[in-house]
Design a protein around this ligand. Structure first.
Ligand code: C2G
Length: 129
């Protein structure tokens, strides 16, 4: 089974590792769409701390990740799901119901987020040090 997931994965933390590990466990081939710097800027009005090349290299080096590509646009989900022949789309439950429209071409699963950690929180903590 080919599993696909998407994310920014900026300032990699245990919540990212947990969801990638659990995603892989749902199948045997894990594909990760890492959002581009431009996509982040358009969504959040700031660039990620780590550049897209760094984020891609980090995600590629994880043992449970098989393939990585750049997610250029949120509007291209269906295209990516088809291009990578995904059987299962996984996202954290902060995205609950947001991708249900793709249930016609693959299974859509929302996994529980790891509590009490996020990139934004890490940035705030580091700022205070
Ligand atoms: N995540 C998690 N637990 C946390 C933090 C994040 O399970 N404590 C999950 C999110 O739910 C998401 C993945 O880790 O599924 C990546 O999170 P982000 O890097 O914050 O990605 P996001 O900005 O949600 O980008 O097309 C969708 C976007 O590209 C998703």
């Amino acid at each position: 089974m080919r599993v696909i997931t998407f994310g920014t994965f900026d300032v990699l933390h245990i919540g990212h590792i947990n969801i990638l590990e659990r995603s892989k466990a749902l199948g045997n081939y894990l594909i990760v769409g890492v959002s581009s710097d431009e996509l982040n800027f358009s969504k959040k009005k700031r660039f990620p701390v780590y550049s897209q090349d760094q984020r891609i290299k980090i995600i590629q080096s994880l043992k449970f990740v098989n393939e990585v590509f750049i997610e250029e646009s949120l509007e291209l989900k269906r295209h990516y799901l088809k291009t990578y022949s995904a059987n299962i789309l996984v996202m954290g439950d902060d995205w609950s119901s947001k991708f249900d429209e793709f249930k016609d071409i693959c299974e859509v699963r929302y996994l529980e987020r790891t509590p009490s950690i996020s990139t934004t929180e890490i940035i705030e903590i580091v700022k205070k040090i």
